[in-house]
Design a protein around this ligand. Structure first.
Ligand code: GLN
Length: 309
């Protein structure tokens, strides 16, 4: 086993890419958001960023894609910065064991979302941000642009519009939340903001750079939002247990890193104190997580022997 400093990460990523190729036809890209169905599913990108500043990438690591639920991490970081511990009065921090858009649990638990990464929880967080910020749209973009260091990151209004037009399940979730008094702003306003934050386009490189902040080398402040080391630790804990919906256990078992996936096919993870990594490939498994993304990250932590376990 080589020492970490002499590890050839470039070769490692190339090797991972070739080893996952046999699975490249597996899975289906998300098509419940019509605009996402138009993306070429046969794409793959990966970017690894070490805390010492070195960065390695393969294939389409610079191609922007729809980050979808990965945005929920940024939204939660902002809400934790604004509200501190009191945010947990609005949303839980337990894994749901259900699909990201499930209504069943939400109904039986009287509209209190299990965690901020299922859609119900993220819609509540969107409501918190709307209530706390004079211009939540521009604050969200400022935070994301600042944390990844790319000022061209933006909303994709076509994707947001497309999701709004077909987002009947999310509308049902928002209505159930409103019925139980869990959101205070107008339903349309909350859904509109939620769909916009999901629509943000970023590349693997942008995401790996952004998630370097969560490796918890030091407290951070971006775009006016700051987290202490203790808050970053807790954000990682929620990613670890809830970042992959009803596949959180499987991801923990196979990969062993805190992370977050999105139905655009992106997955971002971080190894506290060591590195952040982003991978993207649009074909998803039945739980809504990228097939090649899961495989690539499993190989990464197996071959580097660097995970949190
Ligand atoms: N915008 C998507 C939705 O609400 C996000 C889901 C996801 O990426 N898992 O359905």
């Amino acid at each position: 086993m080589k020492s970490k400093s002499e590890f050839d990460y470039r070769q490692l990523l190339e090797g991972i890419y070739y080893d996952i190729l046999p699975y490249s036809g597996d899975g289906e890209q998300a098509d419940y958001i019509p605009a996402l169905a138009r993306v070429n599913p046969d794409q793959f990108g990966m970017c690894l960023k070490l805390v010492d500043g070195r960065e390695f990438s393969v294939r389409q690591a610079d191609t922007p894609f729809s980050i979808q639920s990965i945005s929920k991490v940024f939204a939660l970081a902002m809400a934790m910065s604004l509200k501190g511990e009191s945010i947990w009065k609005r949303v839980g921090k337990e894994p749901s064991g259900t699909a990201f858009n499930s209504l069943v649990q939400l109904e039986s638990e009287r509209g209190f979302p299990r965690n901020p990464f299922i859609n119900a929880g993220a819609i509540v967080i969107a409501d918190v941000l709307l209530s706390s910020l004079p211009d939540a749209d521009s604050s969200f973009l400022s935070f994301v642009r600042s944390i990844c260091g790319n000022t061209s990151v933006s909303y994709d209004f076509e994707v947001a519009q497309s999701e709004r037009a077909s987002g009947f399940l999310n509308a049902a979730i928002a209505n159930l939340l409103k019925h139980h008094g869990r959101i205070s702003n107008d339903i349309e306003e909350v859904l509109g903001f939620y769909f916009r934050i999901c629509s943000v386009n970023m590349s693997c490189r942008d995401l790996a750079r952004a998630f370097l902040a969560f490796t918890n080398v030091k407290p951070f402040e971006y775009g006016g939002f700051s987290l202490t080391s203790s808050q970053i630790k807790r954000l990682n804990a929620v990613m670890q247990t809830c970042g992959f919906y009803d596949e959180a256990g499987e991801f923990s078992y196979l990969v062993g890193l805190p992370g977050k996936s999105g139905v655009g096919g992106g997955i971002v993870a971080d190894c506290p104190g060591r590195y952040s990594v982003a991978v993207w490939s649009p074909r998803l498994n039945g739980k809504g997580n990228s097939v090649l993304g899961m495989k690539a990250l499993e190989l990464l932590t197996t071959r580097t022997e660097e995970s949190i376990f």
